[in-house]
Design a binder for this molecule. Sequence first.
Ligand SMILES: Cc1cc2nc3c(=O)[nH]c(=O)nc-3n(C[C@H](O)[C@H](O)[C@H](O)COP(=O)(O)OP(=O)(O)OC[C@H]3O[C@@H](n4cnc5c(N)ncnc54)[C@H](O)[C@@H]3O)c2cc1C
Length: 474
Amino acid sequence: MLRILNGAGFRAVCSNKKLLKDARRLQSTYDVAIVGGGIVGLATARELILRHPNLSFILVEKEKELSLHQSGHNSGVIHSGIYYTPGSLKARLCVRGATLAYEYCDKKGLPYNRCGKLIVAVEQEEIPRLKALYERGLKNNVRDMTMVDAKGIREREPFCRGIMAIDSPYTGIVDWRMVALRYGQDFEEAGGRVVTGFEVNDISMATESPEGSTEGMKHPIVIRDTKGEEVRSRFVLTCGGLYSDRLSQISGCSREPRIVPFRGDYLVLKPEKHYLVKGNIYPVPDPRFPFLGVHFTPRMDGNVWLGPNAVLAFKREGYKLFDFNARDMVDALSFRGLQKLVLRNIPYGLGEMYRGINIAAQVKILQKYIPELSVSDVLRGPSGVRAQALDRAGNLVDDLFSTEESATSAVVSFTRSPPAAEGAVFCVLEPHWKPTPPAPCVARVAAAVVVLVFVWVENSTFGENGGRETAPQT
Ligand SMILES: Cc1cc2nc3c(=O)[nH]c(=O)nc-3n(C[C@H](O)[C@H](O)[C@H](O)COP(=O)(O)OP(=O)(O)OC[C@H]3O[C@@H](n4cnc5c(N)ncnc54)[C@H](O)[C@@H]3O)c2cc1C
């Protein structure tokens, strides 16, 4: 009965709080619960329900709206997969993900702009690195990529100066939040339930069946929120973005890799200067430093963003310079991995902080690419906070998520989110992952689900057949 009321119908019927509360009480058990309503959670939920319409699904999100954090605060680039180590999951998924992202947008009528991207070398010493990057892109099968000289750069970006560049016309831009919300709509239309304002703070195994239940311990995992509401399920996937390590820990998985929040501040180009930038313009990344470097990015709304820099944020999900949370700070600073990363990158880190405060210094970097740009052409813009996964040795954990055996056995935690363009849901259950069931029925279902669902939900986000041809590798 309640499944019929799910989705849009559910919302319409539950037009007042009392009804909503009653409805919550009516059904609080599901086969699969997904925690986190960013693009990863929504894409996961969507794909799973499309593949398994006979299972019941719930997605819970702590905010009042979906995708307000990373998925709603990013550069909006559909990456083509040039940067990543050949053969890595990230490389394969990014390349495939870009194609599937375009297909999904076409199918759903979501706007995007395949405006291309130049990775520009402005110094001779950058040329070997640019060439190596190009080779990498070729190995990754990035589509339509070529090398261009100074003249080629000017033909594509008349105001950009450089010696040589990688031209990637397949790179595009999109509003990733819009895409994420559309996944949510697909999920609800397929019968999934979305509950917002549900901040999970406990995931545990039930010791007894719910009051009045005739199903015994069929749904042994209890997910509680900060207000004491609870739902039960057989399986849980946590996709918590900036809180993914804490959710992982709550669910009995490891807290590592640890999430360290890095804030990125953008500048915006004044409208009268939009003519300076046609597509994405990126620097050649310096391998000594962990981030890609500030870039010029046109937006779907016609604006042009410049940046972001990358500075340690004093608060997870804190978008302003002085946003501060003591727990987040202690957490980050006491983590050996971050200490090591900071020690290795002191000049870089200080430079990023300085440029975050001093617009002129940031513009100076950008002028290497567009000399005509001046400080009076830009304004301070929005910020985003990146969930950077770090291991104990201070290495950035790049290759997507870590999923681990958990105390509750049927819980999978994604501690590393991929860039949205990478298709969001490549749920990899590592081969060593074996469900150790709390109850026999879970074992049965777990085995089935491991094989059928979670092992390899490849680029599930995009398109009905997304990635299925490359499916399960157990
Ligand atoms: C500055 C910046 C620029 C970027 N640029 C690009 C780009 O150009 N192209 C690209 O492809 N990618 C880009 N990315 C990366 C991309 O945005 C992320 O990889 C992607 O959005 C991650 O999605 P997510 O669902 O994992 O995280 P999020 O979008 O952060 O979602 C996590 C969700 O979990 C919820 N949650 C957390 N804890 C709980 C809890 N206890 N209970 C319930 N819910 C909870 C949060 O409220 C949130 O809604 C960028 C990121 C940043 C920060």
